[in-house]
Design a protein around this ligand. Structure first.
Ligand code: SF4
Ligand code: SF4
Length: 110
């Protein structure tokens, strides 16, 4: 399942450079997938929505693979000083689905 950032985020920025998929963006920033930019109100290609935040860092569910194939554990959660990177119950995925997402991102670009 994808990870999401709760409103406990203190905007320290520690998680963003750790993400192997560039799935983490600063609050208010546009996000990118395969060279296309998305902003407030845009749903992800899979239909995921309501993850964008103006106020604190956010994770794009289409790009989060729980760090599968890169690390043993989600790196954002490992470095977050306030433990606000949590499994997202709205985006539950099996290991096979996460690995398929890694392959998809490998092919289209992150
Ligand atoms: S779990 Fe890994 S892939 Fe997902 S947002 Fe955190 S660092 Fe990025
Ligand atoms: S490491 Fe945690 S507190 Fe810092 S920006 Fe990321 S989610 Fe927010």
């Amino acid at each position: 399942m994808a990870i999401f950032i709760t409103d406990e985020c203190i905007n320290c920025g520690a998680c963003e450079p750790e993400c192997p998929n560039t799935a983490i963006y600063e609050g208010g920033a546009e996000w990118e997938l395969a060279g296309k930019a998305y902003g407030e109100g845009d749903a992800a290609p899979t239909g995921a929505s309501e993850f964008w935040s103006a106020d604190f860092f956010y994770i794009v569910p289409d790009k989060c693979t729980e760090c599968e194939t890169f690390h043993d554990e989600p790196q954002c959660a490992a470095v977050c000083p306030v433990d606000c990177c949590l499994p997202d119950p709205k985006h539950v995925e099996s290991k096979d689905e996460l690995h398929a997402k890694v392959k998809y991102l490998d092919e289209i670009g992150r």
